[in-house]
Design a protein around this ligand. Structure first.
Ligand code: G3I
Length: 361
């Protein structure tokens, strides 16, 4: 007999609300039989069934702007709702998307993702409130006094967090504020407000939602280095002064073979501060055209990240930055590199998928 929660998931059909995120008709429901305990056939089970057994949420980024039609709609949404129990809007909650003019908010695209997640029994992360880049041009190119910029930051964070109050498990409150040497990057926020903009965003977010998780999210902080040292010092300072922070997001955009050897030690030190440490944007790019040996090495990297995360209760969510090589930011940003995700462009599982299943078993 399926366990009650699994029966519920099947009853939800895992596909209701699909039209909210892509515009085409719902694909047919599939029935998945879930054994009570791990078995030799677990390799056929979806990640969203295996991961909760290890107290892990497993997720993907999704862009509401990508419209899926015909068989792609069936495969994309079918794979997404079958495999994942956590979604993150890839772009639709960024300042320039959600707040395109000073007095105009555009919540509809992100709303559709959040509704899609809820309809399919998935949780959602908010990405992201304040970042040096992806700031709407009216804000980025404006001329503001410190007081005006503080008010604009307050308005943005308060409005967006309030809109989603009770619907998200956590927010990336501030994203990519630091440079690799640990200093604060120049940005419209830093240049006008000073370093206090970071804690201001956290305080505003907590005032707007008393329970949602509040994360600092960045890349190149997966291992122990100058940048993660700076995040560590910032968090200690926040905790000492009562600035609300729940966790750290380790983005984890890796080149094949590039998982830092100090990742476990780094997670451990942040967890020891009482923080959640979530993997928020995992992908592992390989040189194109990819070879079977590169894909095997990629699978090992995915397995390493999952097994490292599973060592720490604080690492209770792991999000990949997409799931099919058909849709990824990598090839346009790193020409000659790609195939960074766990399903190929035809939605077939790659060796990395099997490696993750083996770790979760
Ligand atoms: O939607 C337009 C499309 O209409 C137009 O034809 C096309 C032409 O370039 O651009 C499309 O917009 C692109 C958008 O992604 C949607 O695909 C933007 O140019 C492109 O700059 C944007 O890139 C996003 C990038 O952040 C910058 O915002 C990526 O999708 C997104 O994956 C990436 O995500 C970031 C995280 O937020 C933070 N961590 C790093 C990660 C990867 O860079």
């Amino acid at each position: 007999m399926p366990r009650p929660w699994v029966a519920l998931w099947v009853a939800v059909g895992a596909f209701t609300g699909a039209a909210a995120c892509g515009g085409d008709s719902n694909p047919p429901a599939r029935v998945v039989t879930i054994p009570d305990t791990p078995t030799a056939t677990d390799s056929t089970l979806p990640l969203r069934v295996l991961a909760p057994r290890r107290n892990l949420l497993v997720g993907s980024a999704i862009d509401a702007g990508f419209r899926f039609t015909g068989s792609d709609g069936v495969e994309f949404k079918g794979t997404m709702v079958t495999q994942f129990n956590l979604l993150t809007p890839e772009n639709d909650l960024k300042h320039d998307h959600v707040h395109p003019q000073q007095n105009v908010y555009n919540f509809a695209p992100a709303d559709s993702i959040v509704a899609f997640a809820a309809a399919n029994g998935m949780k959602a992360r908010g990405h992201t409130l304040i970042a040096p880049t992806q700031v709407a041009s009216w804000m980025a190119n404006g001329s503001w006094t410190q007081a005006q910029a503080q008010q604009l930051l307050d308005d943005h964070v308060t409005t967006v967090v309030s809109h989603y109050r009770g619907q998200l498990m956590e927010w990336d409150v501030v994203n990519e504020a630091l440079a690799d040497d640990g200093s604060i990057k120049p940005s419209i926020w830093y240049n006008t407000i000073g370093r206090g903009y970071i804690e201001r965003a956290f305080r505003d977010a907590r005032a707007a939602d008393s329970t949602v998780g509040l994360f600092y999210n960045d890349y190149n902080i997966e291992g122990v280095n100058a940048k993660s040292d700076s995040v560590y010092a910032m968090v200690q300072d926040f905790q000492a002064r009562g600035v609300p922070i729940t966790g750290i997001g380790l983005q984890s955009h890796f080149q094949v073979g590039g998982v830092p050897s100090t990742m476990a030690a780094n997670i451990a030190r942040f967890a020891a501060l009482g923080l959640q440490v979530h993997i928020t944007e995992l992908d592992v790019r390989v040189p194109l055209p990819s070879t079977s040996s590169e894909l095997a090495a990629q699978a090992q990297d995915y397995a390493t990240v999952f097994s490292t995360c599973l060592q720490y209760p604080a690492c209770s969510a792991l999000v990949m930055w997409g799931f099919t090589d058909k849709v990824s930011w990598v090839p346009s940003t790193f020409p000659g590199w790609g195939d960074a995700l766990i399903f190929d462009a035809n939605y077939q599982p790659k060796p990395a998928f099997g490696a993750i299943v083996n770790v979760l078993k």
